[in-house]
Design a protein around this ligand. Structure first.
Ligand code: ADP
Length: 178
């Protein structure tokens, strides 16, 4: 599924974030930036030990923010390590923090002249954010950013399985219709 946002494109695919050949892939990291399970583990395995070595120099990252490294053995030239919120009950600022994590990734792409970026569904795995709510926030934030920042030309949103893909495709239709 592909939609045009101004002069940019937002694409939804089912796949593995580590295999994406884009300027930067986004990691669903934790505040230590020293690796973890899920997407984080997969990215570190695919990138090789040099990625962890660079991450050790960064001093961690706050929730709702992101930091950039090189991509080492990945097809992507860079990794943007984003820290989404752990979901509690939706009343602890989770929505704002999730939007801020996405926005910071996009701002880092602009600042580093990266035209293409791939996201996983941040916070929807181990961090427990309900997928549909997270998808609304992700797409609203990405679409708003692309409307004002044509320098980011291509955003690919990567879902790991068919069920998440179906949920996200439906939410994207809703956000576009709103
Ligand atoms: P978080 O801790 O932020 O919740 P996770 O890594 O646990 O991050 O999961 C985030 C989402 O990424 C989940 O929906 C999970 O199914 C998905 N996911 C896991 N591995 C991959 C992968 N290799 N590529 C893309 N998405 C993945």
């Amino acid at each position: 599924m592909q939609v045009e946002i101004g002069d940019s494109v937002l694409e939804l695919v089912e796949g593995d974030i580590t295999r994406q050949d884009v300027d930067a892939i986004v990691n669903a990291a934790n505040t230590s930036l020293l690796g973890g399970g899920g997407v984080d583990g997969a990215i570190h395995r695919a990138a090789g030990p040099e990625l962890l070595a660079e991450c050790r120099t960064l001093g961690g990252c706050e929730t709702g923010s992101a930091k950039i490294t090189r991509g080492y053995r990945l097809p992507a030239r860079h990794v943007i390590h984003a820290v989404g919120p752990v979901y509690r009950d939706g009343r602890h600022g989770e929505a704002g923090l999730l939007a801020s994590a996405y926005r910071t990734c996009l701002e880092l792409a602009s600042e580093n002249h990266l035209a293409s970026i791939a996201f996983p569904a941040i916070s929807t795995g181990i961090y427990g954010y309900p997928a549909e709510d997270a998808a609304h926030i992700a797409f609203r934030t990405i679409i708003d950013y692309l409307s004002e920042h044509p320098e980011v030309k291509f955003v690919r949103y990567v879902l790991y399985d068919a069920r998440s893909f179906a949920v996200h495709a439906r939410v994207l239709e809703q956000v576009l219709a709103a």
